[in-house]
Design a protein around this ligand. Sequence first.
Ligand code: HEM
Length: 405
Amino acid sequence: MVGFNPRDPAFIANPYPAFRQLRETTPVWRSPFGRTFLTRYEDASLLMRDRRLGKDYSEPEALIRRFGPTAMREPAVVELSHMMLMRDPPDHTRLRGLVTKVFTARKIEAMRPGIQAITDRLLDEVAGLGEMDAIRDLAFPLPVLVICELLGIPEEDRARFVTATASGAALLNPVPPTRAELDRANEGTLATGAYFAGLFELRREEPRDDLLSLLVQAEEAGDHLTTEELRANTTLLFAAGHETTVNLIGNGIWSLHGNPSQWAAIRDNPALIPNAIEEILRYECPVQAVARTVAEPIEFGDEEFNKGDLIVALIGAANRDPEVFPDPDRLDVTRERLKPLSFGGGIHFCIGAQLARIEAEVVFSTLLRRMPDLKLAEHGAPQWRESFTLRGLTTLPVTWTATRH
Ligand code: HEM
C-alpha cells in the first residue's frame, strides 16, 4: 500500500487506502511533518468548530514555523496572511462581513440563468464533435467566467493570471513548501498584485455594479479594509471561486462515469441531482485538508495539544468514516442525510458553497439533457494535478454521440 505522502503522485492518485489505515490505527497521528493529522469525522468537525483552535497567520513566528525562516520576506506568504481564510476574529469578522454583503442567497440564485447561458455556450462549441476534454472545455472555463463576472474582471484579462493564482496551491499543502514552490507562488503573487492594482484604479475612478467596486469603496473608507487586505482577499475570492469548483465538476464527471450505474440513476431521475452533488462532494472532495492552530489546550482522542500545535483535518478521510457513512468507498447518489465536511464548518464555512452547488447543478443537468450517453474516453488516462490539498484532474477526455443544434 502507498503510504501517506502529500508529494507522492501515487498517494495523490488514490489517498483513500492510506486514509483508511490511519483512521483504523492512528486516528490522531503526530506525523513526522510537524503536524498532527485527524481522520475521523467527529474529530475533523470539532477541529473546524471549536474556538480553542484558530488561525495564527497574524503572528510572524507562526509563519516562520510553517513556511521557514524567510517567511516574512516571501510575498506569497505575506499575501496569504491577509486573507480572511487565515485570520481570526476580529479581523476575520470584519473581512468576511464585507464580502458576505454581496454573497446573499438571493444574489447568488439570480446568477443561475447566466451560469446556464455560459454552460450552453461552452457545450455549443463541442456538441458536434462528439468528444472533449471535460476539464479544458467545460469544468475549467465555467467557474472562471462566473467568478470574473461576479468580481468584475474583464473576460479578456483572465488568461493572464489563472496560472498565477494556481501557483499558490502548494502553500495550502499540509507539508512545508519547497524553495521552488515558494518561488513559483511569489511570482504568481507579484503578477496578480500588479494586475489587480491597475484594475482597482479603474474601479476607483469609475465604480461599477460589481464586487471589486464594492471592495475598493470599503478600502477608501479607510477603517474597513487596508490595501494589502483588498489585494489579498480579491485574489482569495478569484482563486477559491474557480480552483475548487473546477474540481467539483471534474471529479463529479469522473466519479459518476467510473460508476455508470450512478450516472444512469440521475439520468433516470434528475431530481436526484442535488443529492448526487453532495455525494460527489463527499466521495471525491475538492479540498482535502484544512488546518488550525491550537490557541488554548485541547484534547483529540487521548492526546493533549497545547498552544501553537498545528493540526490538520483530512476532510477526504473524514468523509469516508464508516461511523457516519456506511460502506463509505461506494458512490451512492441516493444516500440520505448527507453532511460531508467538504465546505468546512464553523466561522470559516465556505462563502461560495451555494454558488459552487448551483454551478454543478447546471452542469450536470445540462450534460444529462444534451449528452445523455456521455462516457469516459478509452484513450488518454486522466491525470491528477500535483496538489494534494486541492484535489482535481488536469485532463478528462470524454465522448458522446455527436449532435447538431
Ligand atoms: C466545490 C467548491 C468549493 C469547495 C469544496 C470549497 C471549500 C472550502 C472550504 C473547505 C473552506 C474552509 C477552509 C477552512 O476552514 O480553513 C472554504 C472557505 C472559503 N471559500 Fe470555498 N469552496 C468551494 C467554492 C468556493 C467558491 C465558488 C468561492 C467564492 C466564490 C469560495 C470562497 C471561499 C472563501 C472566501 C472562503 C474563506 C471563508 C472564511 O475564511 O471565512 N469557495 N471553502
